[in-house]
Design a protein around this ligand. Structure first.
Ligand code: G6P
Length: 472
């Protein structure tokens, strides 16, 4: 029987150490939910890193057995690989350059070597289960070389690739010393997907300028193969967020929020710790709001969740300290006896709390400096079943191409963000409802299942087209 193999750097489970034993926790993330309908079926499988350094062979075998029962196949990384592939090349080279923050990028030959070797490690794991006729769907920037490596071994196999982060303009991408190798790796796929039209265009541009390849519209001819490059904006599990408000635990969390914030308007901000998210600029805009509009002192609160992430990478460590300092500064400057302007949490929260916050917050402030898509903005919209609430969204987030009824801001323009908050606070209910309704319709229609189906259908069509061309 033909099967589908999903490959991503992380598996959709987290391994946690508890009293010397390892416990598996399934991920709540959008991708895990969306692909759940695929990898759990029949003999389909998801290959990836379980996110923890596990040294002992005995432990690895035990975890593998557990994961296999869930249609998951682990790739274990050594400590060196975590340092040089994951933290090094993925998060200190590709991540900053692809997010237009090349000043943070380091170009270290040994990290590139590790990236190459870990992609080979993933290749070998895929080859250990792949059979002719299977379909392979590879995800994200950690595995850019994998499509090419698999193509070399299995020329006929169907490969889709989706990149979840932006693809930068050529002037940024060309900075990477291994740029041609990266593109060649990606072009091992049959279908390449990006979130936005601009990412797609930038990729095609880079290919045309760096490789001996022909590009015509959205098709690349390279090494006697045709590769289709298209835009697939990712959605969320909209129903889950639209109905979570009915959950008793969510309701009880909302009642507590109501009790704690009786009169204040709540501005919500939720991100992973990352310099691409514009957290400091957002805090600056909030500080300016309190400074220039003293009538809002004790009337608004910024509820800010930062989820710990990559905190062994130096820039992330620094950012965490800068946020601590800025929050401390704002709270010290403006707090009153019973009111803290910024309610800051550096930890992750269960979905029942996130849903309560999405339901409760009057305003959601999503202002990344650059973001592939940004699913928080869509989760907020999906949660607003009464159609009220205001979304302020950065024009640098992929989601801004779809959620055009948000208040769209340039995150580099702190003054404009401050004024957007004022506009949001003052926005009449009818106007909130008009905008939110339109956004909710969009989020409901182009949900995660739609995205998965669209990509898989398109991959089949592309393969059929290639078969026809070969037959000629
Ligand atoms: C982004 C990337 C994902 C990544 C996630 C969390 O959304 O597109 O590939 O898994 O961040 O980052 P982490 O480094 O913890 O996997």
């Amino acid at each position: 029987m033909r099967k589908t193999i999903i490959v991503s750097n992380r598996l959709p489970v987290k391994i946690q150490e508890q009293d010397g034993a390892y416990v598996l926790q399934t991920s709540e993330g959008g991708l895990a939910t969306g692909l759940g309908s695929i990898y759990r079926e029949g003999n389909n499988i998801w290959i990836g890193w379980p996110g923890q350094f596990i040294d002992e062979k005995k432990q690895q075998d035990k975890i593998t057995t557990q994961l296999r029962q869930m249609n998951l196949l682990p790739v274990f990384l050594t400590e060196d690989e975590i340092n040089s592939y994951y933290e090094g090349f993925c998060n200190e080279t590709l991540w900053p350059v692809f997010h237009y923050m090349s000043v943070y990028a380091r170009y270290v030959e040994s990290n590139w070597d590790a990236y190459y070797q870990v992609n080979q490690k993933f290749r070998d794991k895929v080859l250990s289960v792949a059979e002719p006729g299977d379909t392979i769907w590879i995800h994200d920037y950690q595995l850019l070389l994998l499509p090419g490596m698999l193509r070399a071994e299995m020329p006929e196999i169907s490969i889709g690739f989706f990149q979840h982060i932006p693809f930068p303009s050529f002037e940024l991408f060309r900075l990477i010393p291994w740029r041609a190798e990266i593109l060649e790796g990606m072009l091992g796929a049959d279908l390449m997907g990006f979130h936005t039209f601009d990412d797609t265009r930038h990729f095609l541009d880079a290919v045309a300028r760096l490789l001996p390849a022909q590009t015509s519209a959205n098709v690349v001819s390279f090494n006697d193969r045709a590769i289709v490059v298209e835009t697939f904006p990712m959605g969320i599990d909209e129903k889950k967020y639209a109905t979570l408000g009915m959950d008793p635990e969510v309701k009880s969390n909302m009642a507590q929020l109501q009790e704690a914030f009786k009169t204040e308007k709540m501005i919500l901000s939720i991100d992973r710790l990352d310099y691409t998210k514009g957290i400091l600029q957002r805090l600056e805009a909030f500080e300016q709001l309190l400074e220039l509009y003293p009538q809002y002192v004790a009337q608004v609160v910024l509820y800010m969740i930062v989820v710990p992430s990559r905190d062994t990478v130096p820039q992330y460590k620094q950012l965490r300290e800068d946020i601590d300092q800025k929050v401390g500064h704002i709270n010290a400057r403006f707090r009153t006896l019973n009111w803290h302007p910024v309610q800051y949490f550096y930890r992750s929260f269960p979905v029942e709390m996130l849903s309560a916050l999405y339901n409760f917050a009057d305003i959601c402030l999503v202002t990344p400096m650059r973001d592939g898509m940004n699913l928080v903005s869509k989760e907020y919209v999906a949660s607003r079943i009464n159609n009220d609430g205001v979304l302020i969204l950065s024009e640098m987030a992929g989601a801004s191409k779809e959620l055009v009824d948000a208040i769209i801001v340039n995150p580099n323009n702190v003054g404009a963000m401050r004024e957007a908050i004022v506009e949001a606070i003052k926005m009449p209910l009818e106007e909130q409802q008009r905008r939110m309704k339109l956004m909710r319709q969009l989020v409901a229609k182009f949900n995660i299942n739609h995205w998965v189906e669209l990509f898989m259908t398109r991959l089949k069509e592309v393969n059929a087209m290639q078969q026809k061309m070969l037959a000629r």
